[in-house]
Write a protein that binds this ligand. Structure first.
Ligand code: NAP
Length: 354
């Protein structure tokens, strides 16, 4: 149980990211001093939105350069911090050839690197780690024998590997490493936030988060012929940011907190989008038969194993701990999906059907 001095600076790693942007904004608006690490502070596209938010808020923003794989890079930005919020980790599910280099190494070695600096920085009392529901399950069918197909914080992902579901594996091994390092000492405690698929407006147009690429598929025609029957636990990005901050400052916060408002299928998401935007975009109207998708999946970049273990298996999450322990009152995720899609339109990231 840690009491964090609100006057001390708060370190946020990966501050240029989609989720981190909202955490930094809410911290600055609450008057905190934020030590924000980014890979390249001179890249205006990554940091201009943060500077603009800082200029309009009562808080203070200090930018630092730090790569997850650069040993000791977090030591200087961490100086004087009592609270460290570690969000930086690659969230990509396609577009790489070496999953270990693209995902697992930065997530695992990066977490170790950040926490080694925490061990060496006497002021730190608490670390909030952005984990994921990905650390609670590997494939949707892992929940098939769980009552109501509903997972809670007691579950761990035991089925992912660097070759199968590498992003989920990266989040699992990073969170496990964080717990191991926390248990090896007694000065700082650890709280993990485990969000589902995050939706809602981004403060940056520069993120390559899979949140954004997932939603783009609804507008670019990828799903026009139909959507695979796939459930995702969804949560509004503003709820995720609130959870990180409450978890950081609430002395009793502890352990893992699943952050998920509701599970929707891709077709449910399409229905919400159609109800809001009409038929101006190629939103799917039907589910692709699993066997058909299984047959063609390698041409779309999915393994047949992935399709077999994930299509058609319902997946839900128990969010009681976040509601009761952190006081999260979940926003409507259908609205978050629509607001986020509107932003993709405004930013020119999806085009209207001609
Ligand atoms: P994002 O916008 O792509 O943010 C990822 C951040 O990680 C970026 O700031 C990126 O910095 C940083 N990063 C990546 N590799 C790095 C490296 N080698 N060194 C330093 N920084 C590095 O994605 P996001 O959706 O906001 O994800 C943020 C966190 O939330 C991740 O831990 C992700 O696993 C977790 N999460 C996301 C979701 C979701 O649905 N979005 C759900 C559950 C958990 P650059 O700007 O320099 O690339």
């Amino acid at each position: 149980m840690s009491l964090i001095n609100p006057q001390a600076p708060v370190l946020v790693t990966g501050a240029s990211g989609y989720v981190a942007g909202w955490i930094v904004k809410k911290l600055l608006e609450a008057g905190h001093t934020v030590h924000a690490t980014v890979r390249d502070p001179s890249k205006t596209a990554s940091v201009a939105h943060l500077q603009k938010i800082a200029d309009a808020s009562t808080g203070t923003l200090k930018l630092f350069k730090a790569d997850l794989l650069d040993q000791g890079a977090f030591a200087v930005p961490m100086q004087g911090c009592e609270l460290v919020i570690h969000t930086a980790s690659p969230f990509v599910v396609t577009g790489f050839t070496d999953a270990n280099e693209a995902l697992v190494r930065p997530a695992l070695e990066g977490t170790r690197n950040v926490l080694q600096s925490v061990n060496a920085t006497d002021s730190v009392r608490r670390v909030v780690l952005t984990s994921s529901v990905a650390a609670t399950f590997g494939d949707n069918w892992d929940a098939r024998d769980v009552p109501g197909n509903r997972l809670d914080e007691t579950f761990w992902n035991t089925t992912s590997s660097v070759d199968h579901q590498p992003y989920l594996y990266s989040k699992t091994v990073a969170e496990q490493e964080a717990w191991a390092m926390q248990k090896a000492q007694s000065r700082w405690d650890l709280v993990c936030i485990n969000p589902g698929l995050v939706m809602g407006p981004a403060l940056t147009t520069n993120s390559i988060s899979a949140s954004i690429t997932t939603l783009q598929q609804f507008g670019d025609g990828t799903l026009a012929m139909g959507a695979p029957c796939m459930w995702n636990g969804l949560v509004d990005v503003r709820d995720v940011a609130d959870a990180h901050i409450i978890a950081g400052f609430k002395p009793e916060a502890n352990g893992r907190y699943i952050l998920c408002a509701e599970s929707l299928t891709l077709l449910d998401m399409a229905a919400a989008l159609r109800a809001h935007f009409g038929s101006k975009y190629p939103f799917p109207r039907m589910t692709v038969p699993k066997i058909l998708f299984w047959l063609v999946s390698p041409f779309y970049g999915y393994t047949r194993d992935f399709v077999w273990r994930n299509m058609g298996w319902p997946m839900h999450f128990n969010n009681a701990r976040s509601r009761e322990g952190l006081g999260i009152q979940y926003r409507d995720v259908r609205q978050a999906v629509c607001e986020h899609f509107q932003q993709l339109i405004d930013d020119g990231l999806v085009k209207r059907r001609s």
